[in-house]
Design a protein around this ligand. Sequence first.
Ligand SMILES: *[C@@H]1O[C@H](CO)[C@@H](O)[C@H](O)[C@H]1NC(C)=O
Ligand SMILES: *[C@@H]1O[C@H](CO)[C@@H](O)[C@H](O)[C@H]1NC(C)=O
Ligand SMILES: *[C@@H]1O[C@H](CO)[C@@H](O)[C@H](O)[C@H]1NC(C)=O
Length: 392
Amino acid sequence: MWWMMNEGGGHYCSKKTDDICGDVCGQESSQALSMSRIRCILRGIDFKIFLFLFALVPTCVFVIYVHGQKISYFLRPLWESPPKPFHDIPHYYGENVSMEILCKLHGWGIREYPRRVYDAVLFSNELDILTIRWQELHPYVNQFVLLESNSTFTGLPKPLVFAGHRDQFKFVESRLTYGNIGGRFKKGENPFVEEAIQRVALDQLLKIAGISDDDLLIMSDVDEIPSRHTINLLRWCDDIPQVLHLQLKNYLYSFEFLVDNNSWRASVHRYQTGKTRYAHYRQTDDILADAGWHCSFCFRRISEFIFKIKAYSHFDRVRFSHFLNPKRLQRVICEGADLFDMLPEEYTFKEIIGKMGPIPHSYSAVHLPSFLLENADKYKFLLPGNCLRKSE
Ligand SMILES: *[C@@H]1O[C@H](CO)[C@@H](O)[C@H](O)[C@H]1NC(C)=O
Ligand SMILES: *[C@@H]1O[C@H](CO)[C@@H](O)[C@H](O)[C@H]1NC(C)=O
Ligand SMILES: *[C@@H]1O[C@H](CO)[C@@H](O)[C@H](O)[C@H]1NC(C)=O
């Protein structure tokens, strides 16, 4: 900036001015920025340039304010190094291959009888994806444990959505442990606190549900769905790791938009009384490849998107009400673009640049939860080519 002014000023001066300036401006050799030269330059600067600066500075500030997060995300590889890579455990599965062979391929033995399996989730409002999840897992899960709160993590009141729709889940009723918890509605508190409190309550609920040592416990968000054959493998094989992350395929809005194959937060634990705590962060280095699906923002209605955006833990992203404009949301969903106009959260420039722009469409509906395909008419919005959402 200063350079431009300097040059412009000098030029103007040498052409148009006379006496005082004339001899000073032309000389490059004398003390470069003597007082008289500066005065000369300032005199030379047009009023228009001042005006330009007055407009430019606030514009710059505004652009940095609006895109500050984007800029910092783009520069992330400079200030943050990637986390330690996981130890990938290859995953073997074929439709008619015996469990004995499958366990052996993983280097594990086979048990005489399967472990009991607990699936525990914190529920917000994702009724459709909960149905797909429980239908996928129900052949192999002994107890479904669900906790909901009348507060979002961000401290907004919410109805007990599951309680209001419990009759839709008769297929698990005999194996369901349901609990609810009252929010504390603390204004301005970090949403991670409310989330942590709900996870502690979920630990209590698991005890009430009768979990005991060496039972298999699935810890994941509702929309992180392990495939049923994965859970069947882990309940039948001996010597599996005490804690194991599950690598899931990452989808956005529906199974039409495959973001990457690297969702890792879901985990499976061999329960240890007094030791196992319900968590959703990295807990070990081992991760089992290709173990299911993570479908973020996979909602039927625009109103559910709006609710979820408001209730999102990372609420700082929701700074502008235009994010919640239904027309914009519908456009973003059909394009596979980002709900928050953000850059991908990655650790290398290669990955950031590779993932910039909309997610490519996927036309594969192979290896999806079977309940989804068997009930495609009811869950069409999750399948490729059906991006239009109900507007209410
Ligand atoms: C699959 O296994 C079952 C029993 O284990 C067997 O009866 C059936 O023929 C097998 N199907 C195929 C296609 O191999
Ligand atoms: C939330 O639930 C608690 C406990 O059940 C109750 O005392 C409180 O009034 C509820 N708050 C709202 C806003 O529904
Ligand atoms: C994810 O894995 C599948 C194979 O399971 C592969 O075809 C696909 O290209 C991968 N997608 C991405 C985005 O890496």
